[in-house]
Write a protein that binds this ligand. Structure first.
Ligand code: SAM
Length: 309
């Protein structure tokens, strides 16, 4: 069916079948998509809740909303879209009755990463911005201009798992004394020279070429600039108040630190009787999905079901 198709150049939403199986959307239910992106998960969920259901969708990047709106209008069922941070999901839902299900597919869409003007890509030169919400906050260039070396080193370790964090942090500080770091290619070069790995591929096959030496630093900076761990922590805190009794949440993370946060929030909620059941182990994309969409390789899906109120 044409309206279900994935937009040109885009992959099928990550772990779509698994998300639908876990959330099991039914006609008339209220579903929240915290991270609309291209609207792939949202469109599939909206179809299933039917004309009596409702989809509430959020994205921190307002430039996503017009395209998603068009895509969801083609489905034809009721939806509301918000340019908003999922950290404040409870406020967005306000006094509305809780949701039957909440999905969050964390991080960035490939469209955002591949757009050089957004400054996320070490492979395509652009201004070093990296803000998901371009209407506020400090760009990566502004953060790098003032961050103390120790804080940068720690962020590279904690958020990027960068084994050469001290060397990379020092190289960045040395470089910024010479000239401001304002372009992605400039930063990538500084890191590449500090690490000294000439061979890389955008999506390496296991055991072949390595990822770009700047990949870990770019990931750490993106998480830092957008306070992504803090946002996720807030979402996990308010999530139980956003769901009806028996409501389900499915969260897809792409970074070990994010997955640890989700895992421990669900585990604590289970122990505290807030959730009645949670996933034991993370669900990973099948081999075929990893082959078709290399960016899905690091995805981990965890879910939880709220106890009856
Ligand atoms: C991986 S994409 C989602 C893809 C989507 N599931 C689809 O099917 O197309 C993640 C999206 O989350 C958005 N995002 C990231 N952090 C957010 C936050 N704190 N609040 C709301 N949206 C956020 C990004 O702008 C991006 O569009």
């Amino acid at each position: 069916m044409a309206r279900r198709s994935t937009p040109p150049g885009q992959h099928r939403p990550v772990l779509l079948d698994e998300v639908l199986k876990i959330l099991d959307p039914q006609p008339g239910q209220v579903v929240v998509d915290c991270t609309l992106g291209w609207g792939g998960h949202a469109a599939a969920l909206l179809e299933r809740v039917g004309p009596t259901g409702l989809l509430i969708g959020l994205d921190l990047d307002s430039s996503n909303l017009p395209r998603v709106k068009e895509r969801l209008e083609a489905v034809g069922n009721a939806f509301r879209l918000h340019h908003a941070n999922f950290a404040g999901l409870d406020g967005i839902l306000g006094g509305a009755p809780g949701a039957d299900m909440v999905v969050a597919d964390l991080g960035m869409s490939s469209m955002q990463v591949d757009d050089p003007a957004r400054g996320f890509s070490y492979a395509r030169d652009g201004a070093l911005d990296m803000r998901i919400d371009q209407t506020r906050g400090r760009s990566a260039a502004q953060v790098l201009a003032t961050i103390p070396e120790e804080d940068l080193r720690q962020a590279l370790l904690d958020l990027g798992d960068e084994p050469a964090a001290p060397r990379v942090a020092r190289a960045i500080l040395n470089a910024r004394e010479e000239t401001p770091i304002v372009r992605t290619a400039q930063l990538a070069r500084i890191i590449q020279e500090a690490i000294g790995e000439p061979q890389w591929r955008l999506h390496p096959k296991p055991g072949t070429w390595k990822t770009h030496p700047a990949a870990r630093t770019f990931q750490a900076l993106r998480l830092l600039v957008n306070r992504e761990m803090g946002n996720l922590g807030n979402l996990l805190r308010v999530l139980p108040w956003c769901l009806r009794g028996g409501g389900r949440a499915a969260l897809i993370s792409f970074h070990s630190g994010e997955d640890r946060l989700v895992k421990s929030a669900f585990r604590d909620g289970l122990r505290g009787g807030i959730y009645e059941v949670t996933s034991k182990d993370p669900i990973r994309p099948a081999f075929s999905e990893r082959q078709a969409n290399p960016r899905s390789r690091s995805a981990k899906l965890r879910w939880a079901r709220l106890a009856a109120r």
